[in-house]
Ligand binder design. Structure first.
Ligand SMILES: Nc1ncnc2c1ncn2[C@@H]1O[C@H](COP(=O)(O)OP(=O)(O)OP(=O)(O)O)[C@@H](O)[C@H]1O
Ligand SMILES: [Mg+2]
Length: 327
């Protein structure tokens, strides 16, 4: 296995003009412009092997899109290094462009007024795809993405789901080995989300492609990624298996207990935080590390009939990350 993508200390500051308030501030700014730098990405380092599917997670404004833009060569970093498939992305070598694709769910690369097929033909020329490869790839994509006749009507007449699939096809026609996907399922209904996900998984497997994807849709992450990288305020705070995210972002586990007779909620508070308490049932939240000690305590001091210990569902954990929750 070789490394597909590697970054070291990747950093990006955005420079924006500061305007003093009022009319005079505006006039002054014309002559004496002041700038403010915002650090959007702050020393990001990671390494992704060929063929890996990695989720890139973080709250709004954490720096995900900025990172993907640098990795695809759209933005030049303020400092730091990156190598993607043997290239420095922001040198924008044509050999590099042929091997990667950045798909942004919120932005279209298709021409609005003309059928997607025409854009594909344009891309064929840009990427130097031979006629036979073009036909073979297009047939495969039309089939996998169920594009049917959608490619021959002007893009503006397509539904969002149809457009998004055409978008995917446009991005994959040149068979990139590295896919950078920024919110690939945004705005799609559940059925369409599943189709796009299945497609990404299939494509990656068939082509042994590497995928780095951001999403606010936990379904995408849970279904596609076994590894996740979590970014907070521009810096990486977690990089590892999806399963381990749970330990990090869900510091509690939940004990569910049935009792032989009624137990007052007040007395259960010595075990942990009581989330729910019925007459003979209770749900208690306890610190992850102390779960066995607390469960033993519960068993010895209360008339327990049945007891289960539950893991926080991964969906909840991912939701917590998006909120910029505890770490
Ligand atoms: N062109 C820009 N000029 C100035 N600041 C920017 C620019 N683009 C992004 N930023 C700022 O950089 C930070 C990171 O933004 P970025 O778009 O990378 O976040 P994100 O993780 O993709 O968020 P979201 O989940 O909302 O898409 C934010 O504080 C944002 O306001
Ligand atoms: Mg973004």
């Amino acid at each position: 296995m070789s490394v597909a993508l590697e970054t070291k200390g990747l950093t990006k500051d955005y420079r924006s003009p500061v305007k003093e308030p009022g009319l005079w501030g505006g006039v002054k700014a014309l002559f004496d412009r002041k700038y403010k730098d915002t650090r959007a990405v702050d020393g990001v380092s990671f390494s992704i092997q060929e063929g890996e599917l990695v989720g890139f997670l973080g709250a709004n404004g954490a720096g995900k899109t900025t990172t993907l833009k640098m990795l695809s060569g759209l933005l030049t970093p303020t400092s730091g290094e990156a190598v993607a498939l043997g290239h420095v992305p922001w040198k924008r070598e044509s050999e590099f462009q042929k091997k990667i694709s950045l798909v942004m769910g919120q932005r279209t690369q298709l021409w609005w007024e003309i059928p997607a097929y025409e854009t594909f033909r344009l891309n064929q020329a840009i990427y130097g795809i031979s006629e036979s490869d073009f036909r073979r790839n297009l047939d495969e994509l039309v089939d996998l993405l169920e594009l049917g006749d959608h490619l021959t009507v002007p893009v503006k007449k397509l539904s969002l789901g149809q457009r998004m699939r055409a978008e995917m096809a446009a991005a994959l026609l040149h068979q990139p080995r590295l896919l950078l996907l920024d919110e690939p399922t945004i705005g799609l209904d559940v059925v369409m989300q599943k189709k796009v996900r299945d497609f990404i998984r299939d494509y990656a497997k068939r082509r042994k492609a590497t995928v780095l994807l951001t999403s606010h849709n936990m379904g995408d992450v849970v279904e596609l990624c076994s590894r996740v990288i979590v970014i907070e305020r521009g810096a990486i705070v977690f990089d590892g298996p999806l399963k381990r995210v749970v330990e990090r972002y869900a510091p509690h586990r939940v004990i569910r207990a049935d009792f032989e007779r009624e137990v007052p909620a007040r007395e259960l508070e010595s075990i942990g935080r009581v989330r729910e308490c019925g007459e003979t049932r209770a749900v208690i939240e306890v610190p992850r590390r102390e779960v066995s000690a607390r469960a033993a305590d519960l068993l010895s001091r209360f008339p327990v009939a049945d007891l289960t210990v539950e893991e926080t569902p991964i969906e909840e954990v991912v939701r917590e990350i998006f909120r910029g929750g505890p770490a």
